[in-house]
Design a protein around this ligand. Structure first.
Ligand code: 3UK
Length: 528
């Protein structure tokens, strides 16, 4: 087989892949479209500003220019390139340019704060950090504080940026040799305690998710136009708004700002996407705006929800109002994208759906034995897009990967029709608006306040049945429980944590339930 190709036998589902021995994944996602005659087709449409569009031909040139610009900074094969970049064409250029050049792109959650970025700079020992200037206020202190200093620190756009350097670079760059299983890119994933972990994915993984979920589950073709409220730095957004459209030769709409319901409707009405990818919290907020004005969503053939469980009532209300099928599916950073999903014409409200082609699911008890239908246990998943390992964390890798199966940390049961139902996490982690939120981190922030002795944070369902953080606080002698103090603690959290992490409710209590060894029993504080 020619280098950097993958043959897809789609006569059956799951499709079977044959990778060439030498396989840099940039080629089938970028170059292939020129060979297939899509050079003049629009790959990216930007909603912000003057509505820039990028064709497949321009994308291919810019990817090579970006790769050459990174190599021109002295980066070497395997070097990590941290990306703190908003949803914009430069995200594509840096990501694919790095992969083409044999570098490892590591997109980071742009909502994080300086201390999170500093940790990731140190943990990854990245050689380069490329960032959008919007995040300068968090990135600069992070780089100043980090004990490891990346030799390349550059803005993505503007004067003296990577984009400005690209203008002088050649639009030719031969793809670096790679095996389908070689390290390709990382994403960071959080846990309830301890630091975020670098999730290492291989070159083949984006092919696997794009085909099994994008094509075989959503039926994507080059006629689709994709719009994702979830940003590119999430594994969810990365698939929705980049790898899936690039796999089939479709168009992606990018919006770099905050995804409010109003802007989501504006984008849909302006650019007529066929696929819309959101999170439950946003679907609920969008529905609320319908009371004022019903947007024209008629271009959408499917809506997709992931990141946290979609409450059945929300699904029913959305479908009743819009008539557009809303598919709940569960994915993880470690498995890269959705592996259980509802399908058009095969939706069960409250369920995460059935296995996506190419994935197997098992529900096991504490001893690893499969439980009978209808009984709850731990969800284990097998498939070809699982992480290779957690960067420098063999213990967590061994906990997560067991004989080729990924331990998801989610509690599930399967019904007699093969639908999987989510019953929550087996740890204390919360998903808030589809984004990880560690109770331990919020508690630590609360305890920094001079009047707080101890704090415990748990998830509580709001009026839409969506989980948000709730705080239980024990004050010290200087503390005086009042609405004013609650307001002060709210500000304290908002100013020091990523913007979705603040508690929505504050309770002042005399003490917290604890085990004999002094560990907080968060489950005793939960309302359910
Ligand atoms: C939870 C869900 C119930 C679940 C993701 C789509 O969310 C993604 O990845 P993360 O690594 O989080 C994974 C965890 O989130 N979860 C996600 N979706 C659902 N729980 N119903 C759902 N539909 O706890 C899971 O372990 O941030 C989502 C595609 C790719 C992704 N990485």
């Amino acid at each position: 087989m020619t280098d950097h190709t993958v043959a897809v036998d789609s006569s059956a589902s799951p499709a079977a892949f044959t990778f060439s021995d030498n396989f840099n994944v940039c080629v089938p996602f970028i170059d292939r479209h020129l060979a297939e005659g899509r050079g003049d087709k629009i790959a990216i449409r930007v909603h912000d500003g003057d509505g820039e569009t990028v064709t497949y031909a321009a994308l291919a040139e810019n990817v090579s220019r970006a790769g050459n610009a990174l190599l021109g900074q002295g980066l070497k094969s395997g070097d990590r390139v941290l990306m703190i970049i908003k949803d914009a064409p430069e995200f594509y250029y840096v990501f694919w340019g790095a992969i083409r050049a044999g570098l490892i792109p590591v997109p980071l959650n742009t909502l994080l704060r300086a201390k999170d970025f500093a940790y990731m700079v140190e943990n990854s020992e990245a050689t380069a950090v490329i960032y959008s200037e919007e995040y300068l206020n968090e990135v600069e202190p992070a780089l100043a504080d980090a004990s490891h200093k990346p030799k390349v620190q550059m803005r993505a756009t503007g004067g003296d940026s990577l984009i400005s350097k690209m203008a002088d670079m050649s639009a030719d760059l031969a793809p670096t040799d790679a095996d389908p299983g070689d390290d390709c890119f990382w994403l960071y994933s959080s846990g309830s305690t301890g630091n975020p972990k670098g999730v290492v994915h291989a070159h083949k993984d984006m092919v696997v998710t794009s085909q099994h979920y994008g094509v075989e589950t959503l039926g994507m073709t080059d006629a689709d136009i994709c719009f994702s409220a979830a940003k590119l730095f999430f594994a969810y957004g990365l698939g929705n708004a980049m790898t899936f459209p690039l796999w089939v030769g479709a168009e992606a709409i990018l919006f770099g700002g905050v995804p409010t319901p109003g802007v989501m409707h504006e984008v849909i009405e302006a650019h007529h996407p066929s696929l819309y990818f959101g999170v439950p919290t946003l679907y609920a907020a969008q529905l609320r705006t319908f009371e004022e004005r019903t947007p024209d969503l008629s271009s959408l053939r499917l809506c997709i929800s992931a990141g946290e469980a979609l409450p059945p009532d929300l699904l029913k209300r959305w479908t009743a109002k819009t008539g557009i099928p809303l598919l709940d599916g569960i994915g993880t950073t470690e498995i890269l994208h959705i592996f259980l999903s509802n399908r058009e014409g095969d939706i069960k409200p409250g369920a995460s759906g059935k296995t996506v082609p190419g994935y197997e699911g098992r529900i096991v008890d504490g001893d690893g034995n499969e439980v009978p239908t209808g009984e709850t246990g731990s969800l284990m998943i097998k498939g070809d897009s699982l992480l290779k390992y957690y960067w420098r964390n063999p213990e967590k890798t061994a906990e997560a990967l067991r004989d080729g199966w990924m331990y998801t940390g989610d509690t599930y049961y399967v019904d007699e029709d093969g639908f999987f139902f989510c019953c929550g996490r087996s740890d204390d982690m919360l998903k808030v608006g589809g984004i990880w939120c560690s109770p331990v981190e919020i508690e630590a922030k609360l305890v920094e306040h001079e009047q707080v002795l101890e704090a415990a944070v748990v998830g509580r369902a709001d009026d839409d049945e969506l989980i948000k953080p709730e705080a239980f606080i024990v004050l010290n002698n200087a503390g005086d429980a009042s609405d004013a103090l609650a307001a002060e603690l709210l500000e304290h959290c908002k100013s020091g944590l990523a913007r979705y992490k603040y508690p929505r409710w504050f309770n002042f209590v005399d003490d917290l339930p604890k085990t004999a060894t002094g560990k907080i029993q968060r489950f005793r504080l939960r309302a359910d």
